[in-house]
Structure formats: C-alpha cells, structure tokens
Design a protein around this ligand. Sequence first.
Ligand code: SF4
Ligand code: SF4
Length: 94
Amino acid sequence: MQKSGSAGPVVDGDSRPVIINDRWCKGCDICVSFCPKNVLERPEGGKAQVARVEDCTRCGICEIMCPDLAIQVVPAGDRKEERSGARGGSVHGK
Ligand code: SF4
Ligand code: SF4
C-alpha cells in the first residue's frame, strides 16, 4: 500500500480537457447541469470546477452552453491551459 494520496483528479500526458475561467464564471450551474458525464461541480457559492476530469469526453456541451464564455474545451492533443488567466480549474477566492 504505497499509493500516494489521490485526493483530486490527476491528468497525465494530455492536459486538462476543460478550462474554466473563474474570473468570468458567475456560478450559474448551467454547465454542471448539462454535462452528460457529471464532470463538473460547483461548490455552494463558488465557481464551476472540473471535478472528474477523467470522465470528460470533450463533447463541448459545457462550452456551448456557458452564457459567459467561461469554459473552453481543449481539443485532444492541444494544450492551451494558460489562456485568459484560467488557473487549474480550482476556485481561488481572495
Ligand atoms: S455555465 Fe459558465 S458561468 Fe455558469 S457555472 Fe458554468 S462556467 Fe460558470
Ligand atoms: S466537454 Fe462534455 S463531458 Fe467534458 S466537461 Fe464539458 S460537457 Fe462535460
């Protein structure tokens, strides 16, 4: 039993399939509701975040549905993690 703790989703190789710009996200829950794979979550009073990255199929529904253009689905093989100030999919309240 020497597994390192797996408290959160980890992606190796390819980077995150979905990037959420938490500066633009207003926490409306639309993406959470429409994601067919239950990849996204939103903590109470917080912003959307990627909770189950390994389940994402990059279907693009969340990007289409977000009224604030706060989600970007990254095509497989593409790496655009650092656009628009998006930071790792987690909420960073001040
Ligand atoms: S749909 Fe867009 S604005 Fe609404 S919670 Fe999702 S990322 Fe945020
Ligand atoms: S791309 Fe599709 S599966 Fe991935 S988070 Fe968005 S809606 Fe869910």
